[in-house]
Design a binder for this molecule. Structure first.
Ligand SMILES: [Zn+2]
Ligand SMILES: [Zn+2]
Length: 517
């Protein structure tokens, strides 16, 4: 059984209206791993929905977390904002409400394009609405028990001055510590290191629970049934373990079904984002991988397995695998070993697979075509030489459009040089051809003039002529790439030439047969 179905069975049995929670801490750049979390949450939601349950997925943004340090990509003046909640720090570009919005908005747009069906919830708004007031009150009243539980579970020293709640200093805007004895719902006094003393109201956005208490408080507020989270939180004595005890013994609620997931490892060449200090961000992954393929990539492996995100040739391999699983889903013919991947394909459609097999154009072919036409109209024209796209459904054309956009993004920043080429308008300068090369081209022209213009016929002609010619097949291939692209290798010649205009190719070979004369 696919892992999302296993989780769905667990969750669907526990209550009438399950709630799946997932979230992000938008303090800096968005990692590819954050996509895994969103997609994992969505897959469980759709699998539970498939069981006829009224299920919700919420996406919690930790917008009230403090900025922990000035990251390298932030301007100098952000030094002054360290320690302040990111919902109260100005956005670096001036076009967003605040720092949290600035970093999370592009990601939310992306999550939208992945069709993750979630409700967005900003943590700073929950505090402002008083949603945490009850939990904060419990934490002040049971502070000693909390200290004991944290010590027992995490093994860390039990500190008498442990603060479950940090008031926000109204003068300097940073989180500080409360005066415990002064607490009387809903107020607590604080003395900030900046010298200011004040009073925080726990029903307002005047302060926040510490992380280990805030997480289970969210379980209580929303009645969370299941939640994916990074495996670092799942370590023994980690925040899930302490959260579970806090939920049961302090808040009197249950911990959600845990879905710890492994990290995503980045592979492939690709350019470095100098300012961001990483090679591929979550946004890059979304822009260079078709969303259905990205969903599939994260769903085909159990959350406990590390995923390699290969931004080089791996993008093409996973797209090919996706298309193959799509064909197998519709044909119903697959091995036991493939059953899990076929189900992953289905869940990647949010459990709503199309009625019939969509028009499939090999992804590698799209990579070639995208380099032969600047516009989408040009792409369709080239495709129409080898594929009947006149009868394609609107959805098929839309899928090609999105895939071409991904291919272009990939070609611009991440594709290895070996797949990049451009077809020159005339024979590139500096190409030298021998008499035998020229005879080879002349013979190609003779046979291509009356032949069918399809990939199979073309590659047959090339190999026949190559074998008969003194230059041989290998040098023949090389000469063809040279007169078209100036390179010595390139895409498979049959489909490559078939996707070009026949007369264009023949004219080029005629030109080659007379080259230098
Ligand atoms: Zn901004
Ligand atoms: Zn202060």
């Amino acid at each position: 059984m696919h892992w999302a179905d296993v989780v769905a069975n667990e969750v669907a049995g526990t209550c009438e209206k399950p709630l799946i929670a997932t979230g992000i801490s938008p303090t800096g750049i968005i990692h590819v791993g954050s996509l895994r979390e969103a997609i994992t949450g969505e897959s469980v939601r759709s699998a539970v929905e498939g069981k006829g349950k009224d299920v919700r997925l919420i996406y919690l943004i930790d917008s009230f977390d403090p900025l922990r340090k000035r990251y390298d990509f932030l301007p100098k003046e952000y030094e002054d904002h360290v320690g302040m909640p990111i919902s109260k720090i100005p956005c670096p570009c001036g076009r967003h409400d605040n720092y949290a919005h600035h970093f999370v908005q592009p990601f939310l747009d992306a999550v939208d394009s992945l069709e993750v069906n979630c409700e967005i919830i900003w943590t700073h708004e929950l505090y402002e609405k008083g949603a945490f007031a009850e939990a904060i009150d419990m934490c002040f009243k049971k502070r000693k028990e909390i200290i004991r539980i944290l010590h027992e579970v995490s093994g860390k020293e039990a500190r008498e001055d442990y603060a479950p709640y940090n008031p926000l200093c109204e003068k300097c805007g940073r989180f500080t510590v409360p005066v415990f004895e002064s607490y009387s719902f809903p107020s607590v006094e604080y003395r900030c290191t900046c010298g200011h003393t004040g009073v925080a109201d726990v029903r307002k956005g005047d302060g926040k629970l510490t992380w280990r208490l805030e997480w289970p408080a969210k379980w209580m507020i929303f009645g969370t049934s299941a939640e994916p989270f990074g495996k670092d939180h799942a370590a023994a004595g980690g925040s899930y373990d302490t959260g579970k005890r806090i939920a049961e013994e302090i808040y009197g609620c249950k911990a959600p079904y845990p879905i710890p997931y492994e990290f995503v490892q980045l592979k492939g060449v690709g350019q470095m984002h100098k300012s961001l200090g990483c090679s591929v961000t979550g946004l890059d992954a979304i822009k260079m991988t078709p969303s259905e393929v990205l969903n599939y990539l994260f769903l085909r492996l159990n959350p406990g397995r590390v995923i390699d995100y290969d931004s080089g040739m791996g993008v093409l391999d996973i797209a090919d695998e996706y298309d193959r699983m799509e064909r197998q889903f519709f044909s119903g013919e697959y091995t036991d070993a493939e059953e899990n991947s076929v189900r992953a394909y289905e869940i990647a459609q949010h459990n709503h697979a199309p009625k019939e097999l969509p028009l499939q154009i090999p992804y590698r072919h799209l990579v070639n075509v995208a380099q032969m036409a600047d516009t989408f109209e040009g792409v369709l024209e080239i495709l129409s030489r080898t594929v009947d796209i006149s009868s394609a459904a609107a959805g098929d054309i839309e899928r090609i459009r999105k895939r071409i956009e991904c291919v272009r993004y990939w070609l611009n920043g991440f594709a290895p040089d070996q797949v990049k080429f451009s077809v020159y308008p005339t024979i590139p300068a500096g190409i030298e051809l021998t008499m035998n090369d020229k005879a080879f081209f002349l013979e190609l022209v003779n046979r291509m003039n009356d032949a069918n213009w399809d990939a199979e016929t073309i590659s047959q002609i090339i190999s026949d002529v190559g074998k008969e010619s003194p230059i041989g097949m290998k040098a023949g291939f090389k000469a063809i790439y040279q007169v078209l692209t100036g390179k010595t290798a390139g895409p498979r010649l049959g489909p490559f030439l078939a996707s070009m205009d026949r007369q264009f190719v023949i004219n080029r070979f005629v030109q080659a047969s007379k080259h230098g004369l």
